[in-house]
Each structure stands twice: as C-alpha cells, then as structure tokens.
Design a protein around this ligand. Structure first.
Ligand SMILES: [Zn+2]
Length: 188
C-alpha cells in the first residue's frame, strides 16, 4: 500500500470499527469523498488532487463536487487488494448508495498502519474538544463534520466549485425537486 492508501483505509476503519460481523457498519462513498477532499486541502493526502465531478444525489439531482480521481482509484485498488468490501444499497427509484468496510485482511493491514498516519487522519476527523470522531452529515446538499457530543459543526468545502467551464455547467432542474416528490424527504 502507498501512504495515501493507508490513510484512506484508516478513514474507512474509523467510520466502521464499531461494527462487527453480526452488525456490520458500512461507510458511504460521499462521506469518504468529502473527507478525502478535506484531507487534500489540509495537506494530509499527499499525492491526491481533485476536480469538479458531477455526483448523483439521492433525490435524483446531480451536483458538482470536488472529487479526487486518485482517491476513487485508490478505493478501487483497496477493493482489488481485498482490503475492503463493497455494498450497493438500493435506495429508491433514483439508484443506489455505495458503501465500504474493511475485510478481515484489511483489519490486519490496519493494525500495521504507522502511528504518524493515524495521527494525520485523526487530526482532521476528530473533534478537538471531545476527542470524538466527527459524523459526516448532509444538509441541503451541503456536507458538514458534526460532533454528536458537543454539537460543533464545520462545513466541508467539497461543493465549493470555482471554475466549472460553461459548457459543462451542471444540469439544474428548474423546479423544487423535493416539492415534486410530494413530501418525501430528500437525502438528508
Ligand atoms: Zn465535540
């Protein structure tokens, strides 16, 4: 594994480690992408970059986000190395959610991740006040770190797109999609 792959595997570990074989916890792709973006701008992921990418949301819309191609490739690599497994959950008529958790092989690999890399990752996902791992939540298509202990919230700028070329501007529906869904909740 490269160091960035170790960081990525450790992120997945931190968000799934409370699960077990009988009650497994899976971490969804969007929170992982958000943490990767935050890790890039804070200098944690050393060899990753990001670019605007049209991401499908659970209400059927698409949204431009700063997605790391290298990060997505490393998720694929961790799958191919059998260090993580993948779950596709059908959510609604709009498609499915992808989620991940470490395999037994992955858990053994996590034990060998150097302390320096653990500390780097935890420096961005840990509430400094409470020593608790942030939840990653979605509110109105915006993504935040949220501390369940103290209520602290911090926006993750994965949707702060500066230069989307005009020709590839996002498709934005001209109506309120949630209204159109007759009272059904969206993805938050
Ligand atoms: Zn807190």
């Amino acid at each position: 594994m490269t160091e960035d792959q170790m960081r990525l595997l450790f992120v997945i570990d931190q968000y799934t480690k409370k699960g077990d074989e009988e009650n497994p916890i899976w971490v969804k792709e969007l929170p992982i992408l958000a943490i990767i973006y935050d890790g890039i701008i804070k200098g944690i992921f050393k060899d990753y970059d990001y670019a605007p990418w049209s991401v499908p949301m659970l209400d059927g819309t698409r949204q431009w986000m700063n997605v790391s191609r290298e990060g997505k490739d490393d998720v694929e690599d961790l799958l191919n190395l059998r260090l993580i497994s993948i779950l596709r959950i059908s959510t609604s008529q709009y498609g499915y959610v992808t989620a991940y958790r470490p395999t037994e092989l992955g858990k053994r690999a996590i034990k060998n991740i150097p302390q320096k890399i653990r500390d780097e990752v935890r420096s961005i996902i840990l509430c400094k006040t409470c020593d608790t791992i942030f939840q990653v939540i979605i509110k109105n298509h915006k993504i935040f770190y949220h501390c369940e202990s103290c209520g602290y919230e911090q926006k993750i700028g994965i949707d702060d797109i500066e230069d989307v070329p005009y020709a590839t501007r996002p498709y934005l529906p001209s109506f309120d999609f949630k209204w159109f869904m007759s009272g059904k909740k969206g993805d938050d």
